[in-house]
Design a protein around this ligand. Structure first.
Ligand SMILES: [Zn+2]
Length: 102
């Protein structure tokens, strides 16, 4: 049972300086981890607070992928007991996804 993780990892957002915990939406940039909401603020700033439509669409796309990652991470906690060590989530036709940090 030693492989069963009980502690969630956390990071510090480089923009607001507060903790990011697993389950929260966030992303990584070349500067490090950042909350999704903080990232949007930063992107808006780069565009003088007016994100063009194609930029907005790109953000939505990234957001969509991030949600998927959060879902997969959630599965790590909900499914780990039934997985072999270093387990992978088998999503049938979608393929196998490694569970990070296992
Ligand atoms: Zn932040």
């Amino acid at each position: 049972m030693s492989s069963l993780r009980t502690q969630r990892r956390s990071w510090k957002c480089y923009l607001c300086g507060t903790d990011i915990v697993e389950g929260q939406r966030f992303t990584f940039t070349s500067r490090g981890p950042i909350h999704w909401e903080c990232f949007r603020v930063e992107v808006a700033k780069a565009f003088n607070n007016r994100i063009p439509e194609d930029g907005e669409f790109l953000l939505e796309l990234i957001d969509y992928f991030n949600e998927g990652i959060v879902k997969i991470k959630e599965g790590e906690y909900r499914m780990t007991p039934s997985l072999p060590q270093g387990g992978r989530v088998n999503l049938g036709g979608l393929g196998c996804f490694p569970l990070f940090g296992g």
